[in-house]
Ligand binder design. Structure first.
Ligand code: PLP
Length: 397
């Protein structure tokens, strides 16, 4: 059976060149902290990867901390700058954190954890297109604000947030600004100095690198308390012998994403637009969620009203097509997507939504196969849906 993978926002396959770099790195078994030649070889691999990541962001190598994933990077900055320890020196009067209502669970739930410690967390709303409301954000800023954390691009709709405007808004107010760029890095050119960012999170497995490795950009002048205490690794900010193999893989993945960024963006935007046009033409009452906004080229979130997204997902899976109903980290939940609800959608429409995320291997043939399958599936499920039948009855009266 044909298999079509349209879930690249959940994870991506390892690029063959990344795999080769990782296999080569497996031969380098020394501990990067050791002073002999074996250690120096491992150290060199790690420092080369650090430079690649730093160059990709317009940062300096000592501003890059390797972590185990994007979630850890988000936890490190959110907990690490608000920990109340004198290390981060943000002042005890600064006890408030502002995040958007559409953040990934690794930001949302970390912020909730701070609430449990008595800190105030404000959720900044988004408009119906899924973009942060800048006027509300501005009204939430105060002398008590320690941290503003707003994602770069949303994982469910692809909506790109006004990061430059937000950075300008918080500048000079003694507020730390972090962006979770896990879905944007490697797809959109990002220069942390031009954007005036304090912290930025990224992850290896979203850019054809390995799972289990990520990084946090930390502006040199900013302080953060570590989550993991121990040895002097990662500038004393993340103890534990470095994962040389995965870090080497991340470095290679970053190099390849930068090389192919423009051409892949162009190719995927064309494919995505064609796909959405075909779906709208062939599947009645389908709506692109947050379609009318600047978004990542490979992400498409579509509602198929009157039926459940979960049923569509399982039906497409029978045809070998992999899609998702929301973020992979929320997939155990029966609640509709918090992102779509924050955009003002009713539960019915939010529940009927499917995320299609394209990637390097996606072809027009894959998408044509998916449109055919979708048309069949949606028709079949709607024929069984009392909501759909009610709608048809009402229209015929
Ligand atoms: N942030 C965003 C926007 C994401 O989409 C994801 C993963 O889906 C993460 C953070 C978490 O990254 P990781 O899986 O590397 O922990």
């Amino acid at each position: 059976m044909k298999r079509v993978y349209l879930d690249h926002n959940a994870t991506t396959p390892i690029h063959p060149d990344v795999k080769a770099a990782m296999v080569a790195a497996m031969e380098v078994f020394g501990n990067a902290s050791s002073h002999h030649s074996f250690g120096r070889e491992a150290h060199e691999l790690i420092e080369n990867a650090r430079k690649t990541v730093a160059d990709a962001l317009g940062a300096e190598p000592e501003e890059i901390i390797f972590t185990s994933c994007g979630s850890e990077s988000n936890n490190l900055v959110i907990k690490g700058v608000t920990c109340g320890n004198s290390i981060c020196k943000i002042g005890s009067e600064k006890s408030e954190v502002i995040i958007s209502a559409i953040e990934h669970p690794s930001v949302l739930n970390t912020a909730k954890c701070l609430q449990g410690e008595g800190k105030t967390v404000h959720l900044c709303p988004v408009d119906e297109k899924g973009v942060v409301k800048l006027d509300v954000l501005e009204s939430l800023l105060s002398s008590r604000t320690a941290l503003v954390s707003i994602m770069y691009a949303n994982n469910e709709t692809g909506a790109i947030q006004p990061i430059e405007e937000i950075a300008k808004m918080v500048a000079g107010k003694g507020i730390i600004f972090h962006t979770d760029a896990v879905q944007a890095f490697g797809k959109i050119p990002i220069n942390v100095k031009e954007l005036n960012l304090d912290f930025l999170s990224l992850s290896g497995h979203k850019i054809y690198g390995p799972k289990g490795v990520g990084a946090l950009y930390k502006r040199k002048t900013r302080k953060v308390c570590p989550l993991i205490h121990g040895g002097h690794h990662e500038f004393n900010l993340r103890a534990g012998t470095e994962n040389t193999v995965h870090i080497a893989g991340l470095g290679k993945a970053v190099e390849l994403s930068l090389r192919d960024m423009d051409s892949e963006w162009q190719r995927l935007a064309e494919l995505r637009n064609w796909f959405e046009g075909e779906v709208m033409r062939r599947v009645p009452e389908s709506v692109v969620n947050g379609g009318d906004v600047s978004r990542t080229a490979h992400t498409s979130n579509i509602s198929f009203r009157y039926i459940e997204g979960e049923s569509i997902l399982y039906d497409l899976d029978f045809d070998g097509i992999a899609v998702s109903t929301g973020s992979a980290c929320s997939s155990g939940s029966l609640e509709p997507s918090h992102v779509l609800l924050a955009m003002g959608m009713d539960h019915g429409r939010a529940h009927s939504s499917i995320r299609f995320s394209l990637g390097r291997s996606t072809t027009k043939e894959d998408l044509a196969y998916t449109v055919d399958a979708l048309e069949r599936t949606v028709t079949r499920l709607r024929n069984m849906s009392p909501l759909w039948r009610d709608k048809l009855r009402q229209e015929s009266v």
